[in-house]
Design a protein. Structure first.
Length: 170
């Protein structure tokens, strides 16, 4: 289970620190069925930033996302696995920082393919990656790699009551 080791209240208006359970429960409830847009930010070898949409799901208190091996984001992650993933959940904007690890073990791939299918993307496992009749244009052509974000830090800014802004370290 992902449990913060520290919590910092970033709010300047007197609101209390937000509990980690708020964004965590939002991720649990909203993925994979809600129409959420996730963006992963990576760093090119020359230091320039790169951001692109990804198909992401929250499973067993971890964020997983996909990307084609030839895409800019996958090439960046192969050189520097540090990345950030951002999403707007109902009532809270969230940024997750960490290190992306490629998932290649069959049981995890099968389990995550099932989760993606439950959300409407007909993913199947082929070798150590996913295939499907379609994916997002930014994913590149099949096969698609699966990554697990090893969460290090998250920042949430509430857009609904109770308001606040909080950073969690893991």
């Amino acid at each position: 289970m992902t449990t913060p080791i520290s919590t910092d209240n970033l709010d300047r208006y007197g609101n209390a620190a937000l509990p980690w359970s708020r964004p965590r429960d939002g991720l649990r409830q909203e993925t994979p069925t809600a129409d959420l847009t996730f963006f992963v930010a990576t760093v090119r070898p020359d230091g320039r930033p790169h951001s692109a949409g990804v198909g992401a799901v929250w499973v067993d208190d971890a964020l997983y996302f996909t990307s084609g091996p030839g895409s800019r984001k996958s090439r960046n992650l192969s050189t520097n696995p540090a990345c950030s993933v951002s999403v707007r959940l109902p009532g809270i904007d969230l940024t997750l920082d960490g290190v992306a690890d490629r998932v290649t073990d069959g049981p995890t791939l099968e389990r995550l393919a099932e989760v993606y299918r439950s959300g409407g993307w007909p993913a199947t496992v082929e070798g150590d990656a996913f295939t499907a009749p379609f994916s997002a244009p930014s994913a590149g052509p099949a096969p698609w790699h699966l990554y697990r974000l090893d969460l290090r830090r998250a920042v949430g800014v509430a857009t609904a009551e109770p308001h606040g802004a909080t950073r969690w370290e893991f």
